[in-house]
Write a protein that binds this ligand. Sequence first.
Ligand code: B12
Length: 314
Amino acid sequence: MPTRLSEIWPALERVARDEGVLHLGASGIEDAHASLFAQWIERGHHASMAYLAKNAAIRAHPRERFPWARSVVVILVPYASERPHAPEHALSHHVARYALGDDYHEVLDRILRRFESELDGAKSWRYVDTGPLSDRSYAAQAGLGWIGKNGMLIHEEHGSYVFIGTLLTSLENDIAAATVADRCGACTRCIDACPTNAILPDRTIASADCISYATIEHRGPLHPRLATHLAGNAFGCDICQEACPWNAAPAPTHPAFAPRDEYRATPVTDLLRFTQSDFSALFRHSAIKRAKLAGMLRNVEALTEAEGRGMLNE
Ligand code: B12
């Protein structure tokens, strides 16, 4: 059985190429910025995402939860960076880019399984988004980018329209990570662009003020402050990424995340007449399911109310 990552690295690089992974890297198991997360939770910036509060102890001491873990293999997979051409009111104009194709949880999980099959008996635990650890911290520690002022992991060449997948392994990390400089400089375009001032000075996000949180995670009525400032978003938000100059040369979209034709053909206001079965059919294997039918109805209603003020197509 291998003991170090370098012993199987060529095999992992081959899988990465076969599976359309943009960048591959590795980090040790400790998260050097776990204290920033604890502070974020203490200040209540996770809003109603209670599951995150439970993660603080694991982030600080990952080996208490995963005693065998010694390294984290990190992958970046590119999603759609452009919206497809479509009529003004098409759903595809009102959904964040990351959700225009297949559900990334399913796609990255399938890719990480392929990586697992190369571990030759070493222990592993794969997760995409759903785990108790910071995907961005490990991607940054693996030298795949820096944490931008908008909180995003930004790859120097390909920007931030990338998903992060992580695989914990019992192998020693002997893969050198590139040193990545913080390239944000004096730029504040993301902070200036956010219509709800959700970006905090320490490069984290106040979830309660974030359009992405409001339209995806928040249950119940939208706070009036957000309902009137959705800026055309019915699910998620890309404003702080659209403003980022590092997104000028994105990578080609992984085929699984190509924007679905149905979203170009469906007017966003059609959702107001949707039954549960219409919703389940249109958003099968899509991350949009997360908002549930009630959430999408609430969001589209807020957009139509704002339309009177000319905001639906902003
Ligand atoms: C909760 C969550 C949200 C919340 C809160 C967002 C936030 N910024 O905290 C909401 C619902 C608002 C959200 C929105 C979005 N999300 Co989200 N989300 C998550 C989730 C599940 C946890 C994030 C978290 O813990 N946040 C709390 C903060 C404090 O922690 P953190 O973001 O991990 O940041 C750490 C690092 O930045 C590190 N750090 C800071 N400085 C430095 C410096 C160095 C040198 C290093 C090494 C580390 C480091 O310290 C921080 C604390 O540990 C992750 C998946 C995961 N398990 O990691 C996805 C994740 C962050 N989301 C993702 C995406 C795509 C989005 C959206 C773009 C979706 C959309 N279009 O609407 C937006 C972007 C909003 C934004 N600007 O962040 C991707 C981001 C990919 C990337 N390139 O960065 C992730 C990683 C999912 C994935 N596996 O691909 N999300």
